[in-house]
Design a protein around this ligand. Structure first.
Ligand SMILES: *[C@@H]1O[C@H](CO)[C@@H](O)[C@H](O)[C@H]1NC(C)=O
Ligand SMILES: *[C@@H]1O[C@H](CO)[C@@H](O)[C@H](O)[C@H]1NC(C)=O
Ligand SMILES: *[C@@H]1O[C@H](CO)[C@@H](O)[C@H](O)[C@H]1NC(C)=O
Ligand SMILES: *[C@@H]1O[C@H](CO)[C@@H](O)[C@H](O)[C@H]1NC(C)=O
Ligand SMILES: *[C@@H]1O[C@H](CO)[C@@H](O)[C@H](O)[C@H]1NC(C)=O
Length: 284
């Protein structure tokens, strides 16, 4: 029996009589291999075709899928970490010098000479539209100058410490880029306003905005994307705190005002606004 079993197994592996390998003839095996070959080539072809069609529909200059982000986020500079806290001691140069350096670095691309080289002098108070005409791409698109001098006392040009040394610090606010966004409506210019949160309102003191009224000029919109608008400079608004209470924490919130940018409700409470903590110490 054992012998017969062994023979049966051997015969299954290779049967010289019927010339079958693992129970199949060479031509049967050939057909199976051919079938799988054709099947996988077909699958690969289908995959390649799908990819090709997908890629055809993508535009290099514009994301196909963009979240319908009606309300852009806002950020402040200088930011030393993600918590948006500016805490320093007037008497301790080291504690605020890093903020001045961060602003120097951030504002370097806004130097007037650089802006004049890279960007275009646009007509203020109107959108700078550069649409494509049909399939003809109007690329590269020009961008408008945002000169550092617009920020006046917060430009770091006259006062290289941005007011930090005098306890009148400047904070710079920018709105995240959203492709195609046209903020403001009917010629109304979007602007930033800052206020103290909760019980801190009597500590805030007077503030001054640069440019005046804290506006983002309409000429910086729409933004067409990094590839189409290579030299785009995001417009900025600077806020200078002229008489903020020292030795106390002041919680501040700045928000964008534009009649067609709804402030994010519960869905995104950071949209269209930015909060930060400012504390200036004077005691050693
Ligand atoms: C920008 O201007 C400031 C002051 O004029 C200068 O110190 C700085 O080096 C300039 N930066 C660039 C990148 O040109
Ligand atoms: C920006 O500064 C440059 C150089 O000083 C100047 O030629 C240009 O007119 C300024 N642009 C705007 C929009 O003020
Ligand atoms: C972008 O800036 C460079 C100089 O840095 C300039 O040569 C180029 O023409 C600018 N491109 C556009 C589209 O304005
Ligand atoms: C700032 O806003 C006030 C009041 O809305 C307006 O009268 C003034 O013309 C604005 N200033 C600038 C420079 O836009
Ligand atoms: C600065 O704020 C203090 C109260 O915090 C107030 O007494 C003082 O008059 C203010 N100074 C100016 C110039 O507004």
């Amino acid at each position: 029996m054992a012998n017969g079993d062994k023979g049966g197994w051997k015969e299954y592996l290779w049967n010289p009589r019927t010339r079958e390998f693992l129970g199949r003839t060479a031509s049967s095996w050939g057909l199976i291999l051919l079938f799988y070959l054709v099947f996988y080539i077909f699958l690969a072809g289908l995959f390649a075709l799908t990819m090709y069609i997908m890629l055809q529909t993508l535009d290099d200059h514009k994301p196909t899928w963009q979240d319908r982000l009606a309300t852009p986020g806002m950020v402040i500079r200088p930011n030393t970490d993600e918590t948006f806290e500016i805490v320093y001691n007037i008497q301790n140069t080291e504690s605020w010098d890093m903020y001045a350096q961060a602003l120097d670095k951030f504002l370097a691309p806004y130097n007037d000479t650089l802006q004049a080289q890279k960007n275009h002098e646009c007509t203020p108070d109107q959108y700078f539209q550069q649409e494509d005409s049909g399939d003809v791409k109007n690329n590269p698109k020009r961008s408008c100058q945002f000169n550092r001098t617009i920020l006046e006392e917060c430009s770091g040009l006259n006062d290289r410490y941005y007011g930090y040394r005098e306890g009148q610090p400047c904070i710079i606010i920018k709105m995240n880029r959203v492709i195609g966004m046209l903020p403001g409506k009917d010629g109304q210019t979007p602007s930033v306003t800052c206020a103290a949160k909760r019980d801190d309102s009597d500590k805030l003191g007077e503030l001054v905005y640069f440019p005046p009224n804290g506006t983002f000029n309409l000429m910086y919109y729409p933004y067409y994307g990094k590839k189409a608008q290579v030299n785009y400079s995001q417009p900025l608004v600077a806020v200078k705190f002229l008489n903020i209470t020292v030795n106390q924490e002041v919680n501040i919130e700045c928000k964008i005002n534009a009649n067609n940018i709804p402030l994010g409700g519960d869905r995104d409470k950071f949209a269209g606004r930015v909060s930060f903590k400012l504390r200036i110490n004077t005691i050693n």
